[in-house]
Write a protein that binds this ligand. Sequence first.
Ligand SMILES: [Zn+2]
Ligand SMILES: [Zn+2]
Length: 284
Amino acid sequence: MLYGAHVSSSGGIHTAIDRIEALGGDAVQLFTQSPRMWRPTAHDPANLARFRERRREAGVGYVLCHALYLINLASPDDDLRTKSEAALRSTLAVARKLEGDVVFHVGSHGGAGFDAALERVLPALERALAETGERTWLLLESSAGAGGTIGRSIAELVAIVERAGRHPRLGICLDTCHLYASGVDVTDPATVAALLADVDEGIGLERLRALHVNDSAAPLGSNRDRHANIGEGELGDGLVAFLGHPALQELPAILETPGPDGHGPDGAELEKLRALHERALSRS
Ligand SMILES: [Zn+2]
Ligand SMILES: [Zn+2]
């Protein structure tokens, strides 16, 4: 398992590597532009080159670019869907230069239901997938299920992967907080085993490329997306059940926790993740 965290890239995109190195991580997630604005950032090519160079120096094994929160490929609003597709494609273009993958929230059907939403998602998703290049994957993130968000179950992710023709660089990212909020008790070993059997059967474990490891401040099945620091939420030490599963041992585990001051995970958060993982391995 690679231990990672979401970090800021304020001050130039290459500074994300400086930050993850300072935290002691070996995988990194970042935004390639401000996550709450449509306008893409024009990255200085020198900074993109520095990112690649610094990444090798720091020994960062995996890079994940998180697309904008504004994206909704399922919106009935044509203008919003067009903007969403453009934002996803521009994130993919930057990720290719950073030699990383892209993770995104598919969107919300806003009450129209999953089947109707899927018909809207597919054309935009297929065009985005054409921009993945040779090495960059596009990952669908599992959702907490609030407000009709798509990806609230493995079955929904399976349906998207199937209908997208099992594109060779379409993958998924599982988030422990979102799984728990959507009703999957990731602290229970039998539930985790069943979850990963479903992923294996319907999607393929090779498409599971990354994990978001967050504790949850909201209860099981609440459909509320509230991240808590490692060990401080509803999951607590129960996270060992998830972290110890054999199918996850080669994956990057990326923290998106609030951290001590609400500014994101720090080195102590990464240490807690490492300690829980080591406990999980010593048990199994
Ligand atoms: Zn996310
Ligand atoms: Zn979340």
